[in-house]
Design a protein around this ligand. Structure first.
Ligand code: MIG
Length: 794
């Protein structure tokens, strides 16, 4: 009935009467604590304002009691000391720091936050700035200007700019086709960024219950709302979009540098069901000479879907098999779900029960829910001892040589009407119990923390790789995110771009969709276009569902196979550049794959540009997203650009019609760019033989690029075992000066040869490298100039 017109019978109209919200009322008293904390008492509630850092302010409102300052697991930083000055004026209380002024209206407790120039960053609605109702909901309405554009919110469907949308955060397993109507998916990242006239600010609503963000119901205000708990948010004052991401990730943490193998091409399927099937698959990649770094084992590898087991018939000797594959450069990544089968003869269930480690109701009975293995219990990851136990249990996998774990169903998903655990389950939370309704969105974050820390300990000095479906703010600290059960629809290829871009803005650089589409049947053209796009998604895995047509690279005939192979090879060619950007992301929080608006926040053509994106600051990728299309429009922002394939120069601040036959992914390079690349390899295990440095000299700007490399596998980089080389390029009249300067040599890369490739030179030119003349060129007709250099002495 729900899916027919019956759903919209007149009688079904929702009660349009708004829930009665009670306002916090007027300010009765205030006090200043520890320099950076101000406590306010209102008529109907309490507010604590904490200056976290110079440009980060936290506000907490609790209608019942003095706000609790303990944070969720999303936040890992303590407040710093910030000097405050409080001015008690007639109508307002004004709190000032060096960078921020907060004005609190005494009659309504409406907040206004301004920068040092007095420009408003954020302002409460006069009536419902802070309010709550008898159902324990809390809400805050903020003013919205015509120029406000919204980004972030983690993993959402629809276009890039979320103005005009209403979104729910409630980790949900959605197999139904993801479409603009589905506003809650697997990840809940209650954080967003507003860009207004080129300036930006951001907000994290740190509340792990169901939260709702509404930029749709009004043209002049937007609202943030939570089902239960405190109104507890952090305001990041920017003022640039990049500064907002840096501020957000300074308190929620950054992605650790992943192992290099996790950046290669990964092949998956629900499921490769036996050792023999996997061996044949790997053999196929080998004979077809297609690069490969990992194979995934979906639920069929287990004994009756019991996690931490292998089916003995299908995988008779997992250790031998996994080690052999690894020696050929292929990692095996098994799936691990949180549900533990209710089976008194199964050690994980026994261990969990005996150690009192499963989620239970307030009366002490264990919660059991149906998942793959049938009735199952779920570890209570809110307890530290349980996290340690679960993490340590991964020794089962690491002893076999496994370094990567794929966590699915961790919303947690349960096969029932609500799709999750009973919200009345009472989590231990290390002795301060809270019901599932309050902490649902945090469950996966805690599971990933447990898994990451356990894997890291078991692997000693090797970097673990985790892939997760669900998460909360801060998930980037532990796992890469894939965007769940998409379908082999062109629409889902299109949707994957803004979804990944907004994940990147939300502090999650390491993400990607199932290439080719998970459910439904893929086809040759779709898989080609998706693979072309996939080589630039930070996470690159082809995965498909049980009942779908197979979609390994060779599944649709030789013509398609040939192009798919060529692009998987491109991934490996681009890896040195991507790895440097991953390193930057792990240090700054800035995403590898980014929307143009992050680099060009004043250019209105970028505000909702959802079908092209940037890799770093110098590359624009414009995938083809429609069947039969052999052309597409590409917008190039300010600057001069090169077509990567032809070296044709293209003007910025213009739309261009680009020819893109089936074997072309349109790529554009900004003038002034320096881009390191490598050669094709069969896997990241093969040594890098040659470093290629593409240079696109600019007459206007001096170019800089710091290339980064390390062993790709250990934590040695934390103690200086890495390599950096600063590449510079300056073009003056007819003299091109290129320098390379090794700044850090705690690690020395594998390559034996370095080649410079200089693009876009048409006239007479003298080329210098590290002060020595290398070559004089004349009217090159736009040919690329190759020069071999030796940097070992530099
Ligand atoms: O509900 O393990 O999103 O990638 O192949 C199905 C089987 C459970 C959902 C995951 C998908 C995986 C599948 N899982």
């Amino acid at each position: 009935m729900k899916d027919s017109s019956f759903a919209i019978l007149p009688e079904n109209e929702k009660d349009s009467k708004p829930v009665e919200y009670k306002r916090i009322g007027s300010l009765l008293a205030y006090s200043v604590n520890n320099q950076n904390q101000v406590e306010l008492t209102g008529e109907n509630g309490h507010v604590t304002i904490i200056f976290y850092q110079e440009k980060i302010v936290r506000m907490i409102m609790n209608p019942k009691q003095k706000p609790i300052t303990k944070t969720s697991m999303a936040v890992i930083r303590q407040p710093e000391k910030v000097e405050l000055f409080v001015d008690n004026r007639e109508n307002d209380l004004v709190i000032t720091s060096a960078n921020i002024t907060i004005t609190i209206c005494k009659t309504s407790m409406q907040l206004r936050v301004a920068d040092q120039n007095g420009s408003t960053i954020m302002e409460d609605d006069a009536q419902y700035g802070m309010a709550f109702n008898k159902n324990k909901e809390i809400i805050s309405l903020k003013k919205m200007t015509d120029d406000d554009h919204f980004y972030g919110f983690g993993e959402k469907t629809s276009f890039l700019d979320k103005r005009g949308e209403r979104m729910t955060m409630w980790n949900t397993d959605v197999f139904a086709p993801h479409n603009p109507e589905i506003d809650a998916l697997y990840q809940s990242i209650p954080y967003f960024m507003v860009i207004r006239n080129g300036s930006a600010h951001g907000m994290l609503l740190d509340n792990t219950s169901k939260t709702i963000f509404d930029m749709k119901s009004s043209n002049t205000t937007y609202s943030i709302k939570a089902e239960v708990g405190q109104l507890d948010y952090y305001l990041f004052c920017g003022p640039t979009p990049k500064a907002v991401i840096e501020q957000y990730t300074s308190i929620t943490g950054k992605m650790p540098l992943p192992p290099k193998w996790s950046l290669g091409y990964h092949q998956s399927r629900y499921s490769y069901k036996s050792e023999q099937e996997v061996r044949n698959l790997v053999e196929n990649f080998k004979t077809k000479n297609i690069p490969l770094d990992a194979i995934y084992l979906d639920i069929h590898y287990m004994d009756g879907y019991r996690v931490f087991t292998f089916d003995e018939d299908c995988f008779p000797n997992p250790e031998k098999f996994i080690k052999e594959l690894k020696s050929q450069g292929v990692h095996v990544v098994p799936i691990v779900d949180p549900g533990v089968k209710e089976d008194p003869e199964y050690y994980m269930y026994q261990d969990g029960m005996r150690g009192d480690r499963f989620c239970k109701y307030i009366d002490g009975t264990i919660y059991h829910g149906d998942v793959w293995p049938g009735s199952s219990a779920f570890p209570d990851f809110t307890r530290e001892e349980v996290r340690k136990w679960w993490g340590k249990s991964h020794q089962f996998y690491t002893d076999l040589g496994i370094e990567g774990i794929w966590n699915d169903m961790n919303e947690p998903a349960v096969f029932n009407e609500t799709k999750t655990m009973d919200t009345k389950v009472c989590h231990d939370y290390d002795g301060t119990p809270r019901v599932h309704r309050e902490v649902h969105n945090e469950y996966a974050l805690l599971m990933e923390k447990s898994t990451y820390e356990g894997m890291k300990e078991n692997l000693e000095n090797q970097r673990p790789f985790l892939l997760t479906r669900a998460g909360y703010a801060g998930i980037q600290r532990y796992a890469a995110v894939w965007t769940g059960d998409n379908r082999s629809f062109w629409e889902h290829l299109q949707m994957a771009i803004p979804m990944c871009l907004n994940l990147g803005i939300s502090g999650v650089p390491f993400c990607g969709p199932d290439v080719g589409g998970f459910a439904h049947d893929s086809n040759g053209e779709l898989l080609v276009r998706w693979t072309q796009f996939g080589i630039f998604t930070p996470y690159f895995r082809n995965h498909s569902e049980l009942n779908s047509i197979h979609q390994e690279p060779w599944s649709f005939g030789e013509t398609y196979e040939h192009i798919i192979k060529q692009y998987i090879e491109q991934r490996y060619i681009w890896l040195p550049y991507l790895y440097t950007l991953f390193q930057q992301a792990s240090a700054t929080g800035l995403p590898v794959m980014r929307p143009l608006v992050l680099e060009y926040p004043n250019d209105e053509n970028t505000f909702n540009l959802s079908d092209q994106f940037m890799i770093g600051s110098d590359l624009i990728i414009a995938p083809v997203l429609h069947p039969g299309a052999r052309h597409r429009v590409v917008y190039l922002p300010k600057g001069e650009w090169f077509n990567y394939w032809t070296d044709e120069r293209l003007a910025g601040e213009k739309h261009h019609l680009i020819h893109a036959p089936i074997d072309i992914l349109p790529i554009f390079v900004k003038e002034g760019a320096v881009i390191p690349q490598g050669r094709v390899r069969r896997s990241t295990k093969e040594k890098e033989e040659e470093l290629l440095i593409h240079i696109y000299p600019s007459k206007k700007n001096h170019s800089f690029f710091t290339y980064y490399d390390d062993d790709g596998n250990t934590f040695g980089y934390e103690t200086g075992e890495f390599f950096t080389n600063e590449i510079q390029c300056q073009l003056k009249k007819d003299k091109l000066n290129i320098t390379m300067d090794t700044k850090q040599d705690g690690y020395w890369p594998d390559w034996k040869k370095t080649t410079l490739l200089i693009h876009g030179i048409e006239e007479h030119m003298d080329i210098y490298f590290n002060g020595r003349k290398q070559k004089t060129v004349f009217n090159t007709n736009n040919e690329t100039i190759h020069i071999c250099v030796d940097i070992s002495q530099s």
